[in-house]
Design a protein around this ligand. Structure first.
Ligand SMILES: Cc1cc2nc3c(=O)[nH]c(=O)nc-3n(C[C@H](O)[C@H](O)[C@H](O)COP(=O)(O)OP(=O)(O)OC[C@H]3O[C@@H](n4cnc5c(N)ncnc54)[C@H](O)[C@@H]3O)c2cc1C
Length: 308
C-alpha cells in the first residue's frame, strides 16, 4: 500500500515515519530542494516542543531531518504534482520536476504542504523590485548582518513582534505598524512596549512606499521616514494551490478560511485523501501539532486501507 505524502515539513516527515511503522510504503513529494518546511530557517528558540528547551527551529529541523534521512523513504525533491485522478482502488499522480515527468500509482494521499507568507499583490510587487523589502520571516542568510539599522515592520501578530525584539536585541531600531490592534501574545506586546528601540503603532494606515539608495521610504499622512529594511509580516496562507491538480470529483473541500477541512482522523472527506499540519484548519499550528497530525493521518490510512 503506497501513500503519497505531499510536503516534507514536520507533518510530512512524521507521516512518512509513521507509515513505515504501520506497514505502509510512503513516497514523499517535496516542491523545494530541502527537508524541514517552515522551521528550517527559524532562529528563535522553539516554544512548543517539550523536552528541548532553547532549541531553535533550525536545530529542531536538523534533528528531525537527520532521523528522516535514515528512514527507507523515497523522496522526490523539486517535484510538483500536476494531476491527480481516481484510478482503481486509489489514485494516479502525475509528477513533473527535476526527474522529468512520471506517474505514480498510490492508494492514499496525505496533503502536508503547510503555509506560505501572506502579502498584498502591491507589496509582492514592491518586494520584487526592492531587495530591502522582505515578505515573511528574515532568512538565515541575512538576519545576522542586520545591525544598527532602522526597520519598518508591517503586521501586528507574534511574528512581527518576535522579529522586532530579535532586531532590537542586536542594536537595531524597529517601528511596528498594524492597521488595527496588536494581536500578538500579551507578554510580547509588554516587552516591546518597555523598550526604547521599538515603537509600536496601532491603528496605523499602511504607508505609501518608495525605495532608492538602498533605503525604503514610508510616507504617512503627516510624516515621511526612511528605513533600511521593510519586513511584511501579515501572517500565512495555506498552500492549497496543488488542489487545482486534483480532478474535481476527488478535490477535498476547504474551510471558510481557505484551509483544508479534516476530521479528528485527518480525513478530508474524500476517501483515501488525508491532510496534516498547517494546511489544515488546526487551532494551534506548531511542530508538535503537525507531527501528531502526520502520525494520525498514517494511522487513518492504515485503518482505512489495510483493515477494510
Ligand atoms: C516564523 C514562524 C515561527 C514559528 N515558531 C514555531 C515554534 O517556535 N514552535 C513550533 O512548534 N512551531 C512554530 N511555528 C509553526 C511551525 O513552523 C509549523 O506549525 C510547522 O512547520 C507546520 O509543519 P507542516 O509540515 O504542516 O508545514 P511546513 O513546515 O510549512 O512544511 C510544508 C512543506 O511542504 C512543501 N510544499 C508546499 N507546497 C507543496 C506542493 N504543492 N507539493 C509538494 N510540497 C509542497 C514546502 O516546501 C514545505 O517543505 C512557527 C512558524 C513560523 C512561520
Amino acid at each position: 500500500m503506497i501513500v503519497a505524502i505531499l510536503g516534507a515539513g514536520p507533518a510530512g516527515m512524521s507521516c512518512a515515519n509513521a507509515c513505515l511503522s504501520f506497514g505502509l510504503k510512503p513516497v514523499v513529494i517535496e516542491r523545494g530542494d530541502h527537508l524541514g518546511g517552515a522551521q528550517r530557517s527559524n532562529f528563535h528558540p522553539n516554544l512548543w516542543m517539550l523536552g528541548f528547551p532553547g532549541e531553535t527551529g533550525e536545530q529542531m529541523t536538523t534533528r528531525l531531518a537527520a532521523h528522516y534521512r535514515e528512514l527507507p523513504v523515497t523522496t522526490h525533491y523539486r517535484a510538483e504534482v500536476t494531476r491527480v485522478a481516481a484510478s482503481g482502488d486509489g489514485f494516479l499522480l502525475t509528477l513533473a520536476g527535476a526527474e522529468g515527468v512520471r506517474t505514480l500509482s498510490v492508494q492514499a494521499i496525505v496533503l502536508a504542504t503547510g503555509t506560505r507568507p501572506r502579502a498584498t499583490p502591491a507589496l509582492e510587487r514592491f518586494a520584487a523590485e526592492c531587495p530591502r523589502a522582505i515578505i515573511g520571516p528574515l532568512s538565515d542568510s541575512i538576519r545576522d548582518d542586520i545591525r544598527d539599522t532602522d526597520v519598518l515592520i508591517l503586521g501586528g501578530g507574534d511574528n512581527a513582534l518576535d522579529h522586532a525584539l530579535f532586531l532590537a536585541e542586536r542594536g537595531n531600531r524597529a517601528v511596528v505598524c498594524t492597521r488595527a490592534r496588536f494581536s500578538a501574545r500579551k507578554p510580547f506586546i509588554a516587552t516591546c512596549r518597555a523598550r526604547g528601540d521599538i515603537e509600536l503603532r496601532e491603528h496605523c494606515a499602511r504607508p505609501e512606499l518608495g525605495h532608492g539608495n538602498e533605503r525604503v521610504t514610508a510616507a504617512w499622512a503627516n510624516e515621511q521616514r526612511a528605513f533600511d529594511w521593510l519586513l511584511v509580516m501579515y501572517g500565512y496562507l495555506p498552500n492549497t494551490d496543488v488542489l487545482a491538480a486534483f480532478d474535481p470529483a476527488i478535490r477535498p473541500a476547504l474551510s471558510a478560511g481557505g484551509y483544508l477541512h479534516v476530521d479528528a482522523w485527518q480525513r478530508s472527506g474524500v476517501p483515501g485523501i488525508y491532510a496534516a499540519g498547517d494546511i489544515t484548519d488546526t487551532p494551534q499550528p506548531s511542530v508538535p501539532t503537525a507531527m501528531a497530525q502526520g502520525l494520525t493521518a498514517a494511522r487513518a490510512a492504515e485503518r482505512d486501507l489495510v483493515k477494510s
